[in-house]
Design a protein around this ligand. Structure first.
Ligand SMILES: Nc1nc2c(c(=O)[nH]1)N(C=O)[C@@H](CNc1ccc(C(=O)N[C@@H](CCC(=O)O)C(=O)O)cc1)CN2
Ligand SMILES: Nc1ncnc2c1ncn2[C@@H]1O[C@H](COP(=O)(O)OP(=O)(O)OP(=O)(O)O)[C@@H](O)[C@H]1O
Length: 204
């Protein structure tokens, strides 16, 4: 697929992924840690965490928001934190309950995941990692299409999760290139606070 100036959509997405990875690399460890604490605070303050939702996080890769303190706090609050597991290329992620004593196993791309023998759980809130987002709610990930497929699969199974991006404020762009499989986010939470993207999210 090509846009009017002839640059294929895929090429524009890969160029933006490279640019956003480079931008994220410029954060210092101290900035990353402070932003991660602020993001955790905004999630607890603005999402319905006291209703103890089944809420999916992700085990962070080196340069992503550090979600581990938030996982522990949600668990302590009596919420049901979940982590995703890959079932293979081209397949949706499946979610399993996480607790502090759960031994994780290393999956593809070095991602730490719950072991496969646990029962699958449908999330009510999905906190998704991303490389870039825009104010229309479009999200750019690492390019495997895992989260778009997962949002479709959860809905097909009867779920209607709140779709939330979790990232650094520097990952906002004017326009993410999208194709027809892109499932928009309801909101994004950065260290600066929540960015509400769809009024239907019920949050302000
Ligand atoms: N923490 C985390 N867990 C996740 C995701 C994610 O983006 N982050 N995923 C989202 O779909 C799924 C895994 N999919 C992935 C697909 C590609 C790459 C990838 O290309 N990784 C880079 C290294 C990235 C980094 O260190 O920042 C690589 O292998 O070069 C990673 C995860 C499920 N779990
Ligand atoms: N629901 C879906 N069904 C079939 N193909 C899909 C679906 N969602 C995404 N894809 C395909 O997967 C590929 C990667 O999608 P995309 O560029 O949106 O990934 P991404 O959002 O950057 O990655 P991720 O969600 O893994 O972080 C594209 O070719 C896209 O068409």
């Amino acid at each position: 697929m090509a846009d009017p100036d002839g640059v294929a959509l895929d090429e524009r997405k890969w160029a933006l992924r490279r640019e956003m990875r480079a931008r994220r690399t410029t954060l210092t460890d101290a900035e990353r840690a402070a932003a991660s604490r602020a993001v955790a605070w905004h999630v607890l303050r603005h999402l319905p965490c006291r209703e103890r939702p089944r809420i999916s996080l992700f085990w962070p890769l080196a340069e992503e928001i550090d979600t581990r303190p938030l996982l522990h706090i949600l668990y302590a609050l009596g919420a049901e934190p979940l982590l995703p597991r890959m079932q293979g290329k081209g397949r949706p992620l499946v979610f399993h309950r996480w607790s502090p004593d759960l031994p994780l196993v290393q999956g593809p791309f070095g991602v730490m995941e719950p072991p496969p023998e646990l029962p699958p759980v449908l999330p009510e809130i999905v906190l998704a990692p991303l490389l870039a987002f825009d104010r229309r709610g479009h999200r750019l990930g690492y390019g495997a299409g895992f989260y778009d497929r997962t949002f479709d699969a959860v809905e097909a199974a009867g779920g209607a999760p709140l779709r939330v991006g979790l990232c650094f404020a520097c990952q906002e762009v004017t326009e993410v290139p999208v194709d027809e499989t892109d499932v928009p986010l309801d909101l994004v939470v950065t260290e600066e606070g929540p960015v509400v993207l769809r009024p239907t999210s019920g949050l302000s």
